[in-house]
Design a binder for this molecule. Structure first.
Ligand code: TQI
Ligand code: ZN
Ligand code: ZN
Length: 169
């Protein structure tokens, strides 16, 4: 079953459109940015929320950045595997990814990349759930289940995820 963060934090109801932006220093390719766009769209199709990309990192609601190791928020990254990414509950909007991971996007040959390949969209869909206010779920098929078997791609929202987000928004 789905869960929420303590106090059930959520984005305000008068804010149906959330903006997101990428840390300019990361210089992400359009292909990588499109993976995040796809991950956001999975949540917008089951809610009244909309997500639009902003070019202004400092003012965006959701700020996406890749960092290595200690990056100043008290939650340092740990190199290959272990912690892959973290996101904070609303209305923080910080979404950080560990740049030490072997991130892969759909269409890449994961067998050629390595055993430590991590599917970017799978992690993005999960972290966006946290950014919107979902905690972890006890349902293994759900996006918000706290573990994923390595080399797995899991991007489709399960009914448990949908019930959770529709309860909140
Ligand atoms: N990062 C953890 C996560 O997002 C961080 C975390 C631990 C956390 N406990 C939390 C976040 C409690 C919010 C509330 O769950 S992670 C997965 C999964 C991670 C793990 O790097 O371990 C995914 C990130 F589910 F696959 F294990 C994304 Cl999809
Ligand atoms: Zn961080
Ligand atoms: Zn999580």
């Amino acid at each position: 079953h789905y869960s929420f963060f303590p106090g059930k934090p959520r984005w305000p109801s008068n804010k149906r459109t959330l903006t997101y932006a990428f840390l300019p220093d990361n210089q992400l390719t359009d292909n990588v940015k499109a993976v995040f766009g796809q991950a956001f769209s999975r949540w917008s199709t089951v809610t009244q929320l909309n997500f639009t990309q902003s070019e202004s990192y400092r003012t965006a609601d959701i700020r996406i950045a890749f960092y290595g190791g200690d990056h100043g928020d008290g939650e340092p990254f740990d190199g290959v595997l272990g912690t892959l990414a973290h996101a904070f509950s609303p209305p923080s909007g910080f979404f950080h990814l560990d740049n030490a991971e072997n991130w892969v996007i759909e269409g890449m040959n994961t067998q050629l990349t390595s055993m430590s390949a991590v599917d970017l969209e799978s992690v993005a869909v999960h972290e966006i759930g946290h950014l919107l206010g979902l905690g972890h779920s006890s349902v293994e098929q759900s996006i918000m289940f706290p573990t994923i078997s390595s080399g797995t791609r899991k991007v489709e929202l399960a009914s448990d995820d949908i019930e959770g987000i529709q309860t909140l928004y």
